[in-house]
Design a protein around this ligand. Structure first.
Ligand SMILES: [Fe+2]
Length: 391
């Protein structure tokens, strides 16, 4: 494991311990204040004030520790998650114990019991949310279907099925990924597209081991589709991740196009490099400018940002991408906090009309890891199925 990641984990443990000591001292101080409180509203006010102080201090400590680790945004997310799911529950439990143990005689026992129990319930909810987001939701694989109609596809005898797998992003190829590939084949796709981010390993050695394991798994499953399996580069693998597909049926499609072999309709698939997917201005300008307007043109990219750069009058009918993870963590009423792209948060995943074309973004299969906390919340992993049909 790289030293910087190891240090981040040590800092994380130190942060939690440091906050735990601070919370204990604050709770002890709160105990002295409790003896002077004579009303239930006073008890609640004191409790809220102390909890706000402790959580605010813990937040600024999280920012400080994140800066110590190099100031990465994902490191900050990691420390804030540690505050939310470890520091705050521990603080709530400590304060609950103090409220119940101190039992100041001037306050009604029922009020003390209710306050103590509320703190325990709040701690349990936070811990429960963590356990769900860490161990349950990341593996609640969904299959989502979109239908795309076009008069350019009128010659199709039946819907043409594309399955998009984005952001597998694992550090250990396991039964979960095998289940994803099996389910993909069960969907009987005509075309399978990998939208980047395959492995996120701590070092080169483990990356190559997992890349070999992934390719072997695909071969053992005879992972293929009648019109082919294509992949584009992601941003979390070294060199885009092409090693994952060595000696497999998967074809690498980087800044080039291929025509799909169909008798009555013309469909062209263009795969973008990481650089072009981020910004069309950075990539070969001719790539999307020479497309035939009678052909149904599909563009596959890791990042969806290029769709925002499409010039007026383009001939692109469908854009497929990943990268956003759908935000990975979505808060109720707020939605995803970020898309890590220029795509607006409201379009973090799903099918949207963007810049005169249809843009389908998969929230992905795996999770951001290493610097980031391994969590998915209100944003389960998805196999994205796009059925093309005539209008
Ligand atoms: Fe990703």
């Amino acid at each position: 494991m790289p030293t910087r990641i190891l240090f981040m984990r040590l800092y994380l443990i130190s942060y939690i311990l440091f906050c735990f000591v601070f919370s204990s001292l604050a709770a002890w101080n709160f105990r002295s204040g409790l003896a002077r409180i004579s009303t239930v509203s006073g008890l609640l006010s004191l409790l809220v004030i102390y909890l706000i102080i402790v959580s605010t201090v813990a937040f600024f400590l999280a920012v400080g520790f994140a800066i110590l680790t190099g100031g990465r945004l994902f490191a900050l997310v990691n420390f804030v998650a540690a505050e939310l799911f470890f520091v705050l529950p521990a603080t709530l439990l400590i304060f609950s114990a103090i409220v119940w143990a101190a039992k100041p005689p001037q306050l009604p026992t029922a009020a003390l019991a209710a306050a103590s129990l509320t703190l325990v319930i709040a701690a349990a909810l936070l811990l429960g949310t963590y356990l769900y987001a860490r161990f349950i939701e990341p593996y609640r694989l969904q299959t989502v279907f979109y239908q795309i109609r076009s008069d350019k596809l009128a010659g199709l005898d039946r819907p043409l099925r594309i399955v998009v797998l984005a952001d597998i992003q694992t550090d250990s190829v396991s039964d979960y990924e095998q289940g994803v590939f099996r389910r993909t084949l069960e969907l009987k796709p005509d075309l399978i597209l990998f939208a980047g981010d395959y492995l996120q390993c701590p070092d080169r050695k483990s990356y190559l081991l997992q890349a070999h394991r992934l390719g072997k798994m695909l071969n053992e499953l005879s992972f293929s589709a009648p019109l082919g399996v294509f992949a584009v580069a992601g941003n979390c693998d070294p060199r885009g991740g092409s090693e994952c597909f060595d000696n497999t049926a998967v074809q690498w499609l980087t800044d080039r196009s291929t025509s799909l072999d169909l008798p009555k309709v013309a469909i062209r698939l263009t795969g973008l490099s990481l650089k072009t997917g981020r910004s069309l201005k950075a990539g070969p300008a001719h790539l999307l400018g020479r497309l035939d307007s009678a052909t149904f043109n599909i563009v596959l990219s890791h990042q969806p940002d290029f769709a925002l750069d499409l010039p007026a009058g383009h001939d692109i009918d469908l854009c497929l991408a990943g990268h956003t993870h759908g935000g990975q963590i979505r808060l109720p009423f707020i939605g995803p906090l970020t898309t890590f792209s220029r795509i607006p948060r409201s379009q973090a995943s799903g099918s949207h009309q963007v810049n005169g074309t249809r843009l389908c973004i998969s929230p992905g299969i795996g999770m951001e890891r290493l610097w980031a906390p391994r969590l998915r919340f209100l944003c389960p992993p998805q196999i994205m199925v796009v059925d093309l049909m005539g209008d």
